[in-house]
Write a protein that binds this ligand. Structure first.
Ligand code: HEC
Length: 143
Protein backbone atom coordinates (compact mmCIF):
# COMPACT_ATOMS: atom_id res chain seq x y z
CA UNK A 1 0.00 0.00 0.00
CA UNK A 2 2.76 2.41 0.96
CA UNK A 3 4.62 1.37 -2.19
CA UNK A 4 1.63 2.28 -4.29
CA UNK A 5 1.32 5.73 -2.67
CA UNK A 6 5.00 6.45 -3.14
CA UNK A 7 4.75 5.31 -6.76
CA UNK A 8 1.85 7.69 -7.40
CA UNK A 9 3.78 10.41 -5.59
CA UNK A 10 6.83 9.75 -7.75
CA UNK A 11 4.80 9.79 -10.96
CA UNK A 12 3.22 13.09 -9.96
CA UNK A 13 6.65 14.50 -9.17
CA UNK A 14 7.98 13.44 -12.58
CA UNK A 15 4.94 14.97 -14.27
CA UNK A 16 5.42 18.26 -12.42
CA UNK A 17 9.14 18.27 -13.25
CA UNK A 18 8.45 17.49 -16.90
CA UNK A 19 5.96 20.37 -17.09
CA UNK A 20 8.38 22.71 -15.35
CA UNK A 21 11.16 21.79 -17.77
CA UNK A 22 9.03 22.00 -20.90
CA UNK A 23 8.08 25.63 -20.25
CA UNK A 24 11.52 27.26 -20.52
CA UNK A 25 12.39 25.10 -23.51
CA UNK A 26 9.21 26.29 -25.24
CA UNK A 27 10.28 29.85 -24.58
CA UNK A 28 13.76 29.44 -25.99
CA UNK A 29 12.27 27.76 -29.06
CA UNK A 30 10.13 30.80 -29.73
CA UNK A 31 13.01 33.26 -29.26
CA UNK A 32 15.01 32.76 -32.49
CA UNK A 33 12.01 33.26 -34.83
CA UNK A 34 11.19 36.44 -32.87
CA UNK A 35 14.77 37.72 -33.20
CA UNK A 36 15.23 36.87 -36.88
CA UNK A 37 12.87 39.39 -38.50
CA UNK A 38 14.55 42.14 -36.49
CA UNK A 39 17.98 41.07 -37.75
CA UNK A 40 16.72 40.87 -41.33
CA UNK A 41 15.07 44.25 -41.22
CA UNK A 42 18.31 45.78 -39.95
CA UNK A 43 20.24 44.10 -42.77
CA UNK A 44 17.93 45.27 -45.52
CA UNK A 45 18.60 48.75 -46.89
CA UNK A 46 14.88 49.05 -47.68
CA UNK A 47 14.20 49.31 -43.95
CA UNK A 48 16.81 51.99 -43.20
CA UNK A 49 16.03 55.73 -43.20
CA UNK A 50 15.68 57.22 -46.72
CA UNK A 51 18.59 59.63 -46.21
CA UNK A 52 21.98 60.56 -47.60
CA UNK A 53 23.48 59.12 -44.39
CA UNK A 54 22.13 55.66 -45.33
CA UNK A 55 23.18 56.08 -48.99
CA UNK A 56 26.68 57.01 -47.78
CA UNK A 57 27.19 54.25 -45.23
CA UNK A 58 25.49 51.41 -47.16
CA UNK A 59 26.40 52.14 -50.81
CA UNK A 60 28.87 54.99 -51.36
CA UNK A 61 31.42 53.98 -48.74
CA UNK A 62 31.61 50.26 -49.56
CA UNK A 63 31.18 50.55 -53.36
CA UNK A 64 32.20 53.99 -54.67
CA UNK A 65 34.48 56.11 -52.49
CA UNK A 66 37.68 54.13 -53.04
CA UNK A 67 37.66 55.61 -56.58
CA UNK A 68 35.57 58.74 -56.09
CA UNK A 69 37.69 60.64 -53.59
CA UNK A 70 40.30 63.40 -53.98
CA UNK A 71 43.14 60.94 -53.24
CA UNK A 72 41.81 58.33 -55.69
CA UNK A 73 44.34 56.88 -58.15
CA UNK A 74 42.03 57.48 -61.15
CA UNK A 75 42.18 61.23 -61.72
CA UNK A 76 38.84 61.26 -63.62
CA UNK A 77 36.99 59.51 -60.80
CA UNK A 78 38.80 61.66 -58.22
CA UNK A 79 37.06 64.71 -59.71
CA UNK A 80 33.58 63.20 -59.30
CA UNK A 81 33.09 63.67 -55.59
CA UNK A 82 30.21 61.97 -53.79
CA UNK A 83 31.04 63.24 -50.32
CA UNK A 84 30.10 65.26 -48.31
CA UNK A 85 26.37 65.90 -48.99
CA UNK A 86 26.81 69.52 -50.14
CA UNK A 87 29.43 68.42 -52.69
CA UNK A 88 27.21 65.63 -54.04
CA UNK A 89 24.42 68.18 -54.61
CA UNK A 90 26.68 70.10 -57.04
CA UNK A 91 26.11 67.35 -59.64
CA UNK A 92 23.01 69.07 -61.05
CA UNK A 93 22.52 66.41 -63.75
CA UNK A 94 21.97 63.81 -61.05
CA UNK A 95 18.83 65.56 -59.75
CA UNK A 96 16.50 66.27 -62.70
CA UNK A 97 12.73 66.39 -62.30
CA UNK A 98 12.29 63.00 -63.97
CA UNK A 99 14.62 60.83 -61.93
CA UNK A 100 14.98 58.27 -64.74
CA UNK A 101 16.95 61.02 -66.54
CA UNK A 102 19.31 61.24 -63.57
CA UNK A 103 22.92 60.65 -64.52
CA UNK A 104 23.33 58.76 -61.26
CA UNK A 105 20.47 56.34 -62.14
CA UNK A 106 21.76 56.03 -65.70
CA UNK A 107 25.29 55.16 -64.57
CA UNK A 108 24.26 52.52 -62.03
CA UNK A 109 21.74 50.83 -64.36
CA UNK A 110 23.92 50.63 -67.51
CA UNK A 111 24.88 47.14 -68.58
CA UNK A 112 28.01 48.02 -70.60
CA UNK A 113 31.59 48.68 -69.50
CA UNK A 114 30.69 52.24 -68.37
CA UNK A 115 28.44 50.94 -65.60
CA UNK A 116 29.05 52.25 -62.03
CA UNK A 117 30.69 50.66 -60.20
CA UNK A 118 32.79 49.59 -63.22
CA UNK A 119 32.49 45.86 -64.09
CA UNK A 120 36.20 45.26 -63.32
CA UNK A 121 35.53 46.54 -59.80
CA UNK A 122 32.86 43.95 -58.99
CA UNK A 123 29.15 43.18 -59.15
CA UNK A 124 26.57 45.83 -60.08
CA UNK A 125 24.50 47.37 -57.30
CA UNK A 126 21.67 45.05 -56.22
CA UNK A 127 18.09 45.77 -57.31
CA UNK A 128 17.34 46.69 -53.72
CA UNK A 129 20.20 49.23 -53.64
CA UNK A 130 19.14 50.75 -56.98
CA UNK A 131 15.55 50.92 -55.72
CA UNK A 132 16.77 52.68 -52.56
CA UNK A 133 18.55 55.34 -54.67
CA UNK A 134 15.42 55.82 -56.83
CA UNK A 135 13.25 56.27 -53.73
CA UNK A 136 15.81 58.64 -52.22
CA UNK A 137 15.79 60.81 -55.38
CA UNK A 138 11.98 60.71 -55.51
CA UNK A 139 11.82 61.83 -51.89
CA UNK A 140 13.87 64.91 -52.82
CA UNK A 141 17.26 63.41 -51.81
CA UNK A 142 16.99 64.22 -48.06
CA UNK A 143 20.17 64.59 -46.05
C1 HEC B 1 36.88 51.53 -60.06
C2 HEC B 1 36.67 52.93 -59.78
C3 HEC B 1 35.25 53.43 -59.66
C4 HEC B 1 34.26 52.98 -58.81
C5 HEC B 1 34.34 51.85 -57.80
C6 HEC B 1 33.11 53.81 -59.04
N1 HEC B 1 33.37 54.72 -60.02
FE1 HEC B 1 32.08 56.11 -60.73
N2 HEC B 1 33.47 56.72 -62.10
C7 HEC B 1 34.75 56.20 -62.22
C8 HEC B 1 35.39 56.83 -63.36
C9 HEC B 1 36.81 56.55 -63.84
C10 HEC B 1 34.45 57.73 -63.91
C11 HEC B 1 34.59 58.60 -65.14
C12 HEC B 1 34.83 60.01 -64.78
C13 HEC B 1 34.73 60.83 -66.03
O1 HEC B 1 35.59 60.69 -66.89
O2 HEC B 1 33.76 61.60 -66.13
C14 HEC B 1 33.25 57.64 -63.10
C15 HEC B 1 32.09 58.38 -63.31
C16 HEC B 1 30.93 58.31 -62.56
C17 HEC B 1 29.72 59.07 -62.79
C18 HEC B 1 29.49 60.06 -63.90
C19 HEC B 1 29.93 61.39 -63.39
C20 HEC B 1 29.38 62.52 -64.22
O3 HEC B 1 28.44 63.18 -63.73
O4 HEC B 1 29.85 62.70 -65.34
C21 HEC B 1 28.84 58.71 -61.82
C22 HEC B 1 27.41 59.22 -61.64
C23 HEC B 1 29.50 57.74 -60.99
N3 HEC B 1 30.76 57.51 -61.45
C24 HEC B 1 28.91 57.16 -59.89
C25 HEC B 1 29.47 56.11 -59.19
C26 HEC B 1 28.80 55.44 -58.11
C27 HEC B 1 27.41 55.80 -57.60
C28 HEC B 1 29.63 54.45 -57.70
C29 HEC B 1 29.36 53.42 -56.63
C30 HEC B 1 28.10 52.71 -56.74
C31 HEC B 1 30.84 54.52 -58.50
N4 HEC B 1 30.71 55.54 -59.38
C32 HEC B 1 31.92 53.67 -58.35
C33 HEC B 1 35.33 55.26 -61.42
C34 HEC B 1 34.67 54.53 -60.43
Amino acid sequence: MLDRISMIFCSLLILVLALACSKPSNNSDSNPPMAQPTLHSQDSIANLPLTYATFLSQILQPRCLHCHNPQGTDSDAAQVLLFPYATLLKHKSWFPENIEQSKLIKMITRTDEYRMPPPEDGAPLSNEEIQFIRQWLLAGHPE
